[in-house]
Design a protein around this ligand. Structure first.
Ligand SMILES: NC(=O)c1ccc[n+]([C@@H]2O[C@H](COP(=O)([O-])OP(=O)(O)OC[C@H]3O[C@@H](n4cnc5c(N)ncnc54)[C@H](OP(=O)(O)O)[C@@H]3O)[C@@H](O)[C@H]2O)c1
Length: 213
């Protein structure tokens, strides 16, 4: 049976995600619901992307028992709050990057996913590029020495991306549900990334409102 996706947020990145999902075999993946804070925006999005159901609140999606996984495509300042809503409702979640505004909130999301035994992944799509796997192989096999500088050129990303996304989602989702996290973007990497960002912010003196909330 096809994996039933619920989309949360009717913005630009959700639009791109819907287009990408349609490149996968329809028997594997189906967008069943779009939820927006505005029912009119949800209906417009549903019509544009042929999605059968539109909700005017995120809570309705959290309460739908027929959804296998939620894609969180909303403003990054809101992802911690809305992510918690879905994780606490026992939903598997693929969340646009970054998970949250600071490391404390990222750890909060990870701990809540683990406590509720649900799948959670930060959607850093470049991790699905073939070139990443190849770079990891070259480093692991010590083909190159100490890396001082990396320059990346993606020759034909538009050709590569649907194939690699297909491999990531089409081939591996059932296994990921079992593991509760992605092998390509593990939760430990998300936490590490948030700690690196925290250190950079500390060094350059950047403070977000969310840090004191
Ligand atoms: N666009 C990209 O290429 C891209 C790439 C990588 C990552 N991202 C990530 O995706 C996030 C969304 O990007 P986007 O380009 O899709 O932005 P967008 O078009 O402005 O959409 C953001 C969506 O967030 C939802 N939202 C929830 N609470 C909100 C609030 N208080 N204020 C404003 N919006 C709120 C809205 O959904 P509803 O009103 O429909 O509920 C809105 O449609 C970014 O913040 C970033 O973290 C985007």
């Amino acid at each position: 049976m096809a994996t039933r996706w619920g989309l949360c947020g009717a913005g630009k990145i959700s639009h791109d995600f819907s287009v990408a999902i349609k490149t996968l075999p329809p028997g594997d993946h189906r967008i069943a619901v779009i939820a927006s804070r505005s029912i009119d925006r949800a209906k417009d999005f549903a019509q544009k992307h042929c999605i059968p159901k539109a909700y005017g609140s995120y809570e309705e999606l959290a309460n739908n028992p027929k959804i296998d996984i939620v894609y969180l495509g909303m403003l990054h300042t809101e992802q911690w709050r809305v992510g918690m809503l879905f994780l606490k409702a026992g939903k598997n979640v693929l969340c646009e990057k970054p998970f949250a505004m600071n490391s404390r909130k990222v750890k909060d999301l990870v701990a809540t996913a683990k406590k509720n035994h649900v799948f959670l992944m930060e959607a850093i799509w470049s991790r699905c590029f073939h070139v990443y796997a190849e770079v990891r192989r070259l480093l692991a096999e010590e083909v190159v020495g100490d890396v001082k500088l990396v320059k990346a050129y993606f020759g034909s990303p538009q050709l590569d991306i649907p194939r690699s996304v297909q491999k990531e989602l089409g081939g591996g989702l059932t296994e990921y549900y079992r593991l509760k996290e992605s092998k390509r973007m593990p939760l430990a990497d998300s936490v590490l990334l948030s700690e690196i960002m925290a250190e950079i912010r500390k060094q350059v003196g950047v403070v977000f409102n969310q840090d004191s909330q």
